[in-house]
Design a protein around this ligand. Structure first.
Ligand SMILES: Cc1cc2nc3c(=O)[nH]c(=O)nc-3n(C[C@H](O)[C@H](O)[C@H](O)COP(=O)(O)OP(=O)(O)OC[C@H]3O[C@@H](n4cnc5c(N)ncnc54)[C@H](O)[C@@H]3O)c2cc1C
Length: 269
């Protein structure tokens, strides 16, 4: 049976033949944007999500294969930020030397994503732009205040993850993610209750940002200060999804439990 993730739940969809499409392989970001501006076009990177959706019946007239755009595969040290190209695979994040040196906690958390096949083919950009509530990328990047750098036909657009600002509509191309680096910042991630709930905590000074995945239609964030009861973070969030996988009250309670556990001495904080 074929399953497709949506709204942090799992539903079955019929397996179908992929509808015909036109494949475009742009040689530059400009060419990619031009091709994606056509009607019913989509970018494709590693193809994991997109091909699953096409097998489930979604159709695109044109697929713009961005996997050859080498400038979107680069990781660079910018001093107070690390810039990671949107085409960087999960595996490259897991093993990248620069990421190990500058953001070891993020690397450790990223290592838990998917299985080896997914980590080899799936990309950072695809994880974010798949816009799936159960995915971990935005939960982690949101608590760290990462900048999502898009290029659109009218220029660059930067979205700060974790602020609730909407991601730009297609055909915006995510080219890289800039992650702040600070010596006093710690990061911890607990996904042991996925797909019911996942929680990331980023602590900087006396403030901790808590990010919640799976429990809402998109990741949610809030902050808590040192000395506050960490479990009370649950009350900062709206009602959680209530479905057979997990009730809203249980999800809400577990947000506080996991956040408090990490703040009391979780790895990386
Ligand atoms: C079995 C399985 C287990 C998984 N487990 C996890 C998990 O534990 N945690 C987790 O976080 N994720 C998990 N995933 C999701 C996985 O991380 C994503 O499927 C993967 O990262 C998607 O990347 P891709 O390059 O293949 O995206 P694609 O399928 O190529 O694209 C996905 C979407 O993003 C758009 N897109 C891609 N790149 C860009 C870009 N640079 N700019 C603009 N739009 C873009 C495409 O148009 C498409 O709409 C799992 C997936 C599977 C199938």
């Amino acid at each position: 049976m074929y399953t497709h993730a949506t709204d942090a739940g799992w539903i079955s969809r019929s397996h179908q033949a992929i509808a015909p499409f036109r494949l475009v392989r742009p040689a530059s970001i400009e060419e990619a944007l031009e091709a994606a501006a056509e009607e019913n076009a989509s970018f494709i990177a590693g193809g994991i999500d997109l091909v699953r959706r096409m097998r489930g019946g979604d159709r695109w007239q044109t697929l713009v294969d961005i996997s050859g755009l080498s400038e979107m595969k680069v990781t660079s040290d910018e001093g107070d930020h690390l810039r990671i190209g949107a085409l960087t695979s999960h595996w490259e994040i897991e093993t990248g030397e620069l990421i190990r040196k500058r953001l070891p906690n993020l690397q450790a958390a990223w290592r838990t994503i998917g299985n080896v096949r997914i980590r080899m083919a799936g990309t950072l950009g695809g994880n974010i732009l798949a816009r799936e509530a159960g995915y971990d990328g935005l939960v982690l990047l949101g608590v760290m205040g990462a900048e999502l750098v898009f290029v659109t036909s009218s220029g660059e657009a930067v979205v700060i993850a974790g602020t609730g600002a909407p991601l730009p509509d297609r055909p915006a191309l995510l080219t890289s993610v800039r992650i702040p680096i600070s010596a006093d910042t710690g990061l911890a991630f607990d996904r042991s209750l996925k797909p019911v709930v996942s929680v990331a905590v980023c602590k900087s000074g006396d403030t901790a940002t808590v990010g919640v995945g799976c429990a809402f239609n998109s990741p949610r964030y809030s902050t808590i200060r040192q000395g506050e009861d960490a479990q009370s973070i649950s009350s900062h969030f709206p009602d959680a999804i209530d479905n057979p996988m997990g009730g809203a009250a249980y999800r809400s309670r577990m947000v506080g439990v996991l956040a408090a556990r990490m703040l009391a001495g979780g790895n990386g904080l």
